[in-house]
Design a protein around this ligand. Structure first.
Ligand SMILES: Cc1cc2nc3c(=O)[nH]c(=O)nc-3n(C[C@H](O)[C@H](O)[C@H](O)COP(=O)(O)O)c2cc1C
Length: 337
């Protein structure tokens, strides 16, 4: 399949693996890129720019396909040295960066001077337009369904994607709630040039996380995520667990007076406990509503091949079937999901 996104990034399929803290290691990014998508190493999971440089080098050994690095600008307990991280990215020969959180405006001259293509993840049309205006090559439009930080507008992709299509000149991918061929075809129908998946890629054989995490995603339904940190205007969608229930209890008690220190134990240092140790009650870790659509743990290649084959069937049979052969019952979407 050829779209503006496959052309822009030189990839075979219009599928991106979004940056994911403690998931986006070289193994994850290389598996996605080797399967024809765009894999991303998560920059800040590497505690120093030197460690990021090593992770990039490791990924180069695992794939000769294009892969990128995610650089997230979110409120953290201590600000990372972004210019040094960007130097590691540039010197590692990376030509694609996914930025997220705050606007990457101040770093755009450096990124562009290094010949790096920037895809910025946005949760609103206004932020997408700003990204276009500051010279981003593409945006990843992240709806309210998404795992991670959906912003504060609570705008689902059914509205956000067509609105983005109405306003943007640069290409965009749909992000949040994307799981399978139905997601991809729907995203394309709404004007996107591909899709970005986070949560779905965690439930794959190659995802370098504890088996408990993958099993929890297969078991979870679309009702099992919670929104936390709204009072801090840093809303995050996470998988519910005992730590998250404690966090919500604290949030209820503190109301608008909530401070990040109040929930330190439920949000800080949780990722290694969950992703490495498999402690599923440790606290808040990002997870999308799309968990309800995850029923198996395939290899990344099986997942991507299945998506692309099913997408072709949905387009050629189900969709054109509505037009070409009105008498014939179209293939049910569920049967090819
Ligand atoms: C476990 C996990 C960790 C994530 N960490 C980051 C991150 O560090 N930076 C970032 O920009 N996005 C992060 N995200 C968001 C994803 O890149 C992606 O935008 C999101 O998962 C899309 O929604 P989906 O989960 O419904 O596919 C994370 C998502 C998950 C599930």
């Amino acid at each position: 399949m050829k779209t503006a996104i496959t052309e822009l990034f030189g990839i075979e399929h219009p599928i991106i693996q979004g940056g994911m803290h403690y998931v986006g290691f070289a193994e994850m990014a290389a598996a996605v890129s080797n399967a024809g998508g765009l894999g991303l190493i998560t920059g800040l999971t590497q505690r120093t720019p030197e460690l990021l440089a090593k992770e990039i080098a490791r990924c180069h050994e695992m794939t000769d396909k294009p892969f990128g690095v995610n650089l997230t600008f979110l409120p953290t307990f201590s600000a990372p040295p972004y210019p040094e991280y960007i130097a590691a990215i540039r010197e590692g020969g990376i030509r694609i960066v996914e930025t997220a959180g705050r606007s990457p405006e101040q770093y755009m001259p450096t990124l562009k001077a290094a010949g790096i293509k920037v895809i910025h993840k946005c949760t609103s049309v206004r932020h997408s337009l700003k990204a276009e205006q500051i010279g981003c090559d593409a945006v990843s439009v992240d709806g309210f369904e998404c795992g991670g930080h959906p912003g504060e507008d609570d705008m689902p992709n059914m509205i956000l994607l067509p609105r983005a299509a109405e306003e943007l000149k640069i290409p965009f991918v749909a992000s949040g709630g994307m799981a399978d061929a139905r997601s991809l075809v729907a995203a394309l129908a709404m004007g996107a040039a591909g899709m970005n998946m986070g949560t779905r890629f965690i439930a794959t054989k190659e995802a370098p996380v504890h088996q408990n995490v993958k099993d929890a995603l297969v078991k979870a339904t679309e009702l099992d995520t919670r929104l936390v940190m709204r009072a801090l205007r840093n809303t995050e969608r996470v998988l519910n667990n005992k730590g998250v229930e404690q966090l919500l209890e604290i949030e209820r008690a503190k109301g608008k007076q909530l401070k990040i220190e109040d929930i330190h134990d439920q949000v800080a240092g949780v990722y290694p406990k969950v992703m490495i140790d498999g402690d599923m009650d440790a606290g808040a870790w990002s997870c999308g509503m799309v968990a309800g659509l995850i029923h198996d743990i395939p290899t990344v290649k099986e997942l991507i091949d299945r998506i692309m084959a099913d997408a072709e069937r949905i387009i050629r049979q189900r969709l054109t079937g509505f037009l070409d052969d009105a008498g014939k019952r179209p293939v049910a979407a569920r049967a090819i999901a």
